[in-house]
Design a protein around this ligand. Structure first.
Ligand code: NAD
Length: 258
């Protein structure tokens, strides 16, 4: 296997589960050192232990973080630098999902908490990592997880869609502002991925999700991780300020239905 991330140091938020966990495993396989940052530090430690094979030994640490706190995100960046000496990649991936009909919203329950995690959390990651990249002499890659919902409206997703649209806007502006330091920023838009986050939905809805993609199946988290690893590598140096759709034709299929 090629080692496209040899010598690089990454901080992966939401690294204890789903897309984040698959990305931790892929990054370790590609030669990176990884700080696995998650609100569930126990599960983050389990992932760190699982990747500590002879080949991966010493290249993963678990870090507890609530991404809705800027102080905690700054501390997570500092932990990665303490552990491995520098930071080359941040994957702003931690997130929560869910929703209810707009007119049933209680803003304090159905808007603000999700915005704090899915929107503020990404802003904090971009800010803290961007400063670290600048202070260590430039370079660095910021990859943030948006969603097809960030590009399209959808039922029961008023708040989630808003936060995920902000992730795309953050990425474009960050790429523009941080180019002077040699820092790249890219957003990904997964479609329907087989992770615990969508276990909250019924079997019937999960089947609909699968049918909305051209292969008729949920995307596997490893398939997202493969793309993130490529985007983090120097092979993707020309990809900056854009959205990379990893959604198995979801957008095209939706347009065909229109
Ligand atoms: P997941 O639930 O398996 O993983 C999410 C991780 O984020 C968990 O480990 C959780 O503990 C962590 N987390 C939640 N809140 C946090 C906080 N405040 N601070 C730190 N960590 C926190 O779900 P996933 O599908 O792997 O989701 C990863 C990202 O992908 C999310 O941003 C999600 O919105 C996005 N996404 C998922 C899908 C999908 O279909 N699964 C589609 C599009 C986008």
């Amino acid at each position: 296997m090629t080692k496209r991330l040899e010598g690089k140091v990454a901080l992966i938020t939401g690294g204890a589960s789903g897309i984040g966990r698959a990305t931790v495993e892929k990054f370790i396989a590609e030669g990176a050192s990884v700080a696995i940052a998650d609100i569930d530090v126990g599960r983050a430690q389990e992932v760190a232990d699982a990747v500590a094979t002879p080949a991966g030994e010493g290249r993963a640490v678990a870090v507890g973080v609530d991404v809705s706190s800027f102080a905690e995100v700054e501390a997570a960046v500092a932990s990665a630098v303490d552990a491995f000496g520098r930071l080359d990649v941040i994957f702003n991936n931690a997130g929560i999902a869910g929703g209810k009909p707009l007119l049933d919203h209680d803003p304090e329950v159905d808007y603000e908490p999700m915005i704090r995690v899915d929107q503020h959390g990404v802003y904090y990651g971009i800010l803290a990592a961007g400063r670290q990249f600048r202070d260590q002499g430039g370079g660095g890659v910021i990859i943030s997880t948006s969603s097809v919902y960030g590009e399209h409206g959808a039922e029961l997703s008023f708040t989630y869609s808003a936060a995920k649209a902000a992730v795309i806007a953050f990425t474009r502006s960050a790429a523009y502002e941080l180019a002077q330091y040699g820092t790249r920023a890219v957003a990904i838009t997964p479609g329907r991925v087989a992770t615990p986050i969508i276990n909250q939905f019924s079997d019937e809805l999960r089947a609909t999700f699968a049918a909305e993609q051209l292969r008729g199946a949920l995307t596997q988290p490893e398939e997202i991780a493969n793309v993130v690893a490529f985007l983090a590598s120097d092979e993707a140096n020309a990809i900056n300020g854009t959205v990379v759709q990893v959604e198995d034709g979801y957008s095209s299929f939706k347009q065909r239905l229109d």
